[in-house]
Design a protein around this ligand. Structure first.
Ligand code: NAP
Length: 438
């Protein structure tokens, strides 16, 4: 039997994900070697504090605080430190030394991906990042490889488990946002500082990656319209539920064709109403799912655990075995195709349905006034429902009006809402949310 060659693997970071990657590399060494055609030797693990407590017991001699030296002598580098620096410099240094790199660092890829892709391309090494979007779910490889003979038209993703958990809690228990967030923090689904999750930034970083691969164009965070879930109220959730919808935070990348025939891509993250029968509506708790629409394949959905050390390690190991096989077999690295060159469109260009909640005076003729104003702005109403409330103390009646529109542009909707606010019969506009999947 021929002796297998050995490939040196440097691991940067030994936290939630890194510790599980190290465990699998050591415990599964034999079967990984058989699948790869080479032994994957873990040569070192770079951390900040060598003696920090770890989730997994690992040989102490593997640990180092000298990440620069560790990457110099590696065939494959796995970056699981997170953050921008020193991760960025270490990845670039690894690439320049001829190592292939696997990372799960969506924040870095969203901020400076093109620099890393170009460096890898120039050096002829592989840069893989399946773990950066939706944890364990194989989604980037299917988009890049399996669907490379098709044309993707739209991607809708629940790519942030924290916000899905919070919205799901609000939907199932009627809780307010603050209480659902506190529950998510108690159960470990939300960090002490949840800003990046609830503000939509984490999902926006993933949206840039999904959009770039789906439309063969490099998008960055500046191209993403981003709204988080902090303004979603229990009343919004209840009203949506009543109308047959569920509210989800979606990362959306969608090809749009303008009236003049020109094409562009809208990349956005915002709370979205989905019909309760839409496949993404069935994604509960902290799970993730990505719904892909392609011209020939039709609708596809990828579902699973979007975070967690062990599930995410699965995606990292998949990339590692694939990059190692390429080294064993030889041949060029797989590069990102950027031949699409479609422009990113501003949010004003988006054409979708809207849900609008209005608190209105309970007077005759109010519905007609509102309907006429919508018509004047070219926004047609699909559903209009009214619920009457009587204030027990003042005995004054008011009405809650819920409107779902047909497709309209963001600009037309914004003008309509502005005009509605000026009507004397309107007490307040309680919510404006976009609707998908109808
Ligand atoms: P983590 O638990 O915070 O672990 C980070 C590790 O990196 C720690 O071991 C830390 O060392 C080390 N580290 C940080 N800065 C360092 C520095 N300057 N020099 C040397 N070592 C340094 O992070 P994680 O949750 O495993 O996430 C790792 C990456 O995977 C991130 O990019 C994250 O976005 C991505 N990711 C995570 C998940 C998930 O479920 N956690 C899912 C998908 C993607 P010490 O241990 O000594 O502090």
């Amino acid at each position: 039997m021929t002796e297998l060659r050995t490939l040196k693997v440097a691991l940067l970071g030994c936290g939630n994900v890194g510790a599980q990657v190290a465990r699998i590399l050591i415990d599964d060494a034999e079967s990984l070697a058989a699948r790869t055609g080479a032994r994957l030797e873990l040569t070192g693990i770079a951390v900040r504090t060598i003696d920090a407590p770890r989730d997994v017991e690992l040989p102490r001699e593997l640990f180092t605080t000298d990440a620069e030296t560790l990457v110099k002598d590696a065939d494959l580098v796995i970056e699981l430190m997170g953050g921008i620096e020193p991760a960025r410099s270490l990845i670039l240094s690894a690439i320049q030394n001829g190592a292939s790199v696997v990372t799960g660092n969506k924040a870095l890829l969203a901020q400076d991906g093109p620099t890393l892709y170009e460096a890898a391309d120039k050096a002829g090494v592989q840069l893989s990042y399946e773990a950066a979007v939706a944890g364990a779910i194989p989604i980037l490889r299917p988009i890049r490889d399996s669907l490379s003979g098709d044309r993707i038209t739209r991607v809708l993703g629940i790519v942030n488990g924290t916000t899905n958990f919070i919205l799901d809690q609000m939907d199932t228990t009627g809780a307010q946002f603050a209480d659902a967030l506190a529950e998510a923090q108690r159960l470990g689904y939300a960090e002490a500082d949840p800003t990046a999750d609830v503000g939509g930034l984490d999902a926006a970083a993933k949206a840039t990656i999904l959009a770039s691969l789906s439309f063969h164009t490099r998008f960055d965070l500046e191209n993403v319209h981003c709204e988080g879930i902090t303004e979603v109220s229990a009343a919004d959730i209840a009203a949506a539920k009543d109308a047959g919808f569920v509210i989800k935070l979606l990362a959306i990348a969608e090809k749009l064709v303008a009236a003049d025939g020109s094409e562009g891509v809208s990349v956005r993250v915002h709370p979205t109403l989905l019909p309760r029968e839409h496949p993404l509506a069935a994604v509960h708790g902290a799970f993730n799912a990505v719904f892909v629409e392609a011209e020939n394949a039709g609708e596809l959905m990828f579902y699973g655990q979007g975070a967690g050390g062990t599930p995410t390690a699965s995606a990292v190991l998949g990339d590692l075995v694939s990059a190692a096989r390429r080294i064993v077999l030889g041949g060029p690295a797989q590069i990102e195709t950027t031949n699409g060159q479609v422009p990113a469109l501003p949010i004003d260009a988006v054409n979708t349905s809207y849900y609008i909640g209005l608190d209105v005076a309970d007077q005759p003729g109010v519905l007609a006034k509102i309907a006429q104003l919508f018509a004047e702005h070219g926004v047609s109403i699909e559903i209009m429902r009214q619920t009457i409330h009587r204030d027990a103390d003042s005995n004054v009646e008011s009405a809650e009006l819920r409107i779902v529109t047909h497709r309209a542009t963001e600009a037309a909707l914004a003008a309509t809402v502005q005009a509605v606010k000026g009507l004397d019969v309107i007490n307040s506009v309680t919510s404006v949310l976009r609707v998908e999947g109808v």
